[in-house]
Design a protein around this ligand. Structure first.
Ligand code: CMP
Length: 139
């Protein structure tokens, strides 16, 4: 994977709907946890069956979740890779960049600290993970 770091800015973090309700000190804390990576179109970011170490927020661009019967696209402000971490499972699907995409990467360990300090963020991520899991159980 071709990696190119970019600077994580305040506005990138604040543009993620999940973080929008947080106060300044929480956003500053999250900025310190996040690392940045740009990937070209076509990059396989997450491989089904792999062990998981991090989750991803989309700062810019678009990714495709390759589900067995359909492909779901996620764009700026949305996140993925949370299921394997929260459910302590293997990656449930391939995730591929469909455009040049800027990702904010959060390590599993830092996600746990973030959840402890911002329980409402943890609840929101858990509820998205649960509804995605339900969707894949149906298909
Ligand atoms: P994870 O299992 O870690 O890796 C693949 C990711 O694809 C998964 O986390 C979710 O973030 C995402 N994903 C899985 N199923 C769906 C779905 N039905 N809708 C949107 N995203 C999904």
């Amino acid at each position: 994977i071709h990696r190119r770091e970019f600077v994580v800015t305040w506005s990138m973090v604040a543009s993620v709907p999940l973080f929008r309700t947080l106060g300044a000190s929480s956003i500053a804390e999250i900025m310190r946890y996040l690392s940045a990576q740009s990937v070209p179109a076509g990059t396989l970011i997450v491989r089904r069956g792999d062990l998981a170490q991090s989750m991803y927020f989309i700062a810019e661009g678009e990714v495709e979740i390759e589900l067995p019967n359909e492909a779901v696209r996620l764009g700026a402000g949305q996140f993925f890779g949370e299921m394997a971490i929260l459910h302590k499972a293997r990656r449930s699907a391939n995730v591929r960049a469909v455009e040049p995409t800027k990702l904010l990467i959060l390590d599993a360990y830092d996600l746990q600290s973030l959840i402890v300090r911002n329980p409402e963020v943890g609840e929101a991520i858990r509820s998205v993970a649960a509804s995605r899991k339900e969707l894949s159980a149906e298909s």
